[in-house]
Design a protein around this ligand. Sequence first.
Ligand SMILES: [Zn+2]
Length: 110
Amino acid sequence: MEDTQSCPFCHASESVVLVNTARKVGTAVGGVAGAATGYAGTSTGAVVGGAVGSIVPVVGTGVGIVAGSLAGALAGFLAGAAVGHQIGERIDRNIICRYRCNACGKEFEV
Ligand SMILES: [Zn+2]
C-alpha cells in the first residue's frame, strides 16, 4: 500500500484498507468477458488443435478442437480477469475511494 490513509474515527493508519468492491466485480466481469472473447476467438486454436489432433483421425480432430477452444477460453478468462482486476482497482482507488478501518470496523470515503 503506497498511500496509507488514517482512520478519521480512531486515527489508526496501519489497519486502514481499501475497500475492493470494484476490483472484485471487475475481476469477475473481466474474466467472464475474457472467456467469452477468448472462446469466440478460438477459431485459430480450434483449427490448430483440430489439425494436430487429426494425426488420429475423427476422434483426435474432435478432441483437438475442444482442447483448442478450451485453451482459448481459459487464456481469455485469465487475461480478462487480469485486466478487470486492474481496472477495478483503479476505480476503487481513484473514483470510489472507500476505505475500511479494521481497528474500529468503520468505513469512510476520502
Ligand atoms: Zn478506525
